[in-house]
Write a protein that binds this ligand. Structure first.
Ligand code: ZN
Ligand code: ZN
Length: 302
């Protein structure tokens, strides 16, 4: 993964920056507590986040019963539009998370985006952040093997994490195993997990047990959601040098910074590409620092 977040804290009073939305309410369509995760960041730049109850699960779920056919960006924008309509206000936020395996390491990568919609001007902006999510786990268990479930329980802290049990579509014994039947979410005790695994086993001969990824059940998601909010807040205050519209910001990292110890190229980028989401104007800036530490070096720290 080469996308490294370099955003810092919001700078609400930096001189010369536009502050177009100071004092405005902005609705956030959510049913999983995400407004509380980002409220203070927006308050620092004068935006008042107001949660509105929208059935956001109809735009897609982490578990397979509601797929996101149009992708995370479209789902977030659709949620924001639904929030603006439900709240009766022109400004809306909505967030969307997704989890993918890192092709290089096999580790799970968490992607968060936060969409901002101004229905009066038509402006749509998106803040993004990514991070490794070693806490997002998945196991396939034999429902009759209690030892397998005990091994899962030994690896999770149910005081922090909630689990989901669902039929494994690859081992289906009933026709609707992939369609949302037999799923139990929010499992927080060994007893409820065992019951849920037995329940899911009515649809498949193996059962998937995985981390409940909904934001109110997965506090580990919050730091990356907050970094996406900081990225969005920067864009809301940064006009494009070419067209003047808001939203200019870091879009891509390129290059391989050399190790400060031995000079070997590392996964750390040398440059950041800032782009305008409206006119595609881009600026290439050197990333700081110019070298990577030996800890990031494949030769010094294999
Ligand atoms: Zn532009
Ligand atoms: Zn090195």
């Amino acid at each position: 993964m080469t996308s490294i977040d370099t955003t810092s804290r919001p700078e609400p009073r930096a001189p010369g920056r536009p502050r177009p939305y100071v004092g405005r309410p902005v609705v956030m369509a959510t049913q999983h507590g995400k407004a509380e995760v980002v409220r203070d960041l927006f308050a620092a730049v004068g935006l008042h986040v107001i949660p509105v109850a929208v059935d956001t699960d109809r735009f897609g779920t982490f578990t397979p019963e509601v797929p996101r056919p149009a992708g995370a960006q479209a789902a977030a924008e659709a949620k924001a539009r639904a929030g603006a309509a439900a709240g009766g206000l022109p400004l809306a936020l909505a967030s969307e998370g997704s989890f993918t395996p890192d092709p290089d390491t096999g580790l799970v990568v968490q992607h968060e985006l936060l969409a901002f919609l101004d229905t009066e001007s038509g402006l749509t902006l998106t803040g993004r952040a990514t991070g490794h999510a070693p806490w997002a786990r998945s196991w396939t268990v034999d429902p009759d093997a209690t030892a397998a479930l005990d091994r899962v329980l030994a690896q999770v802290d149910l005081t922090r994490t909630r689990l989901v049990a669902r039929p494994d579509p690859a081992a289906a014994t009933a026709p609707d195993a992939a369609g949302g039947a037999g799923i139990t979410k929010g499992l927080g005790s060994p007893e409820s997990l065992r019951d849920a695994v037995r329940h899911a086993a009515r649809w498949s001969s193996r059962v998937v047990v995985e981390t409940d990824l909904r934001a109110d059940r997965a506090p580990e998601r919050h730091p990356v959601i907050r970094r996406a909010a900081v990225d969005l807040i920067h864009r809301l205050h940064t006009p494009c040098p070419a067209c003047g519209r808001l939203g200019f910001g870091p879009d891509e990292h390129t290059g391989h910074a050399p190790c400060s110890g031995c000079g070997t190229p590392t996964a750390r980028p040398t440059h950041v590409v800032r782009r305008c989401p409206h006119c595609s104007h881009e600026v290439l800036d050197a990333a700081a620092p110019a070298t990577a530490g030996p800890g990031d070096c494949p030769a010094c720290n294999p």
